[in-house]
Design a protein around this ligand. Sequence first.
Ligand SMILES: [Zn+2]
Length: 169
Amino acid sequence: MTRRFTSDELYAIRNHIPIDVLIETLLRVPVRHTQNRLRFSCPLCAGFQTSILREKNLSRCFDCGKNFNTIEIVMYHMHIGFVESVNRLKQYQSDLTKQTASIEKRKKLDCPLTIGEIIGDILPPPRQNHSKNPSYDKHAIPKRIDKLEKKFDTLSSQVEKLCRLILSR
Ligand SMILES: [Zn+2]
């Protein structure tokens, strides 16, 4: 039997996707911030007696006495198998890399970020009922802001042209 994933791939999936980002932002697991600690709802017992072990990139439920790595937390939270969980995490990882690359590129070009890009990172995760609604698009607001920005750019260049016309008379 051939293995679907190399051990390097699995190592990267377990260690290079920050588990707190995965739980809070990507999986949108309900979380509580108490005393500067992130506690998440355990995917098995739904309790909050949990903690994140950043140095090992693991999450733990004290009630269940169980540690979850990135692959396991996705499996339990989404009720999917190992292979599907790894595939989803690989997708997250490439999305994260692309996002970081495009922001870095803009920084290098000294090109200001658009409001849409900034808002996209700042916006709080949508409420639970939203994420279950298939028609809900988390990119909708940043997209609209992008469109508005482009319209504004067009308008301001038209105003500039008008000003030049008026001044040249
Ligand atoms: Zn638990």
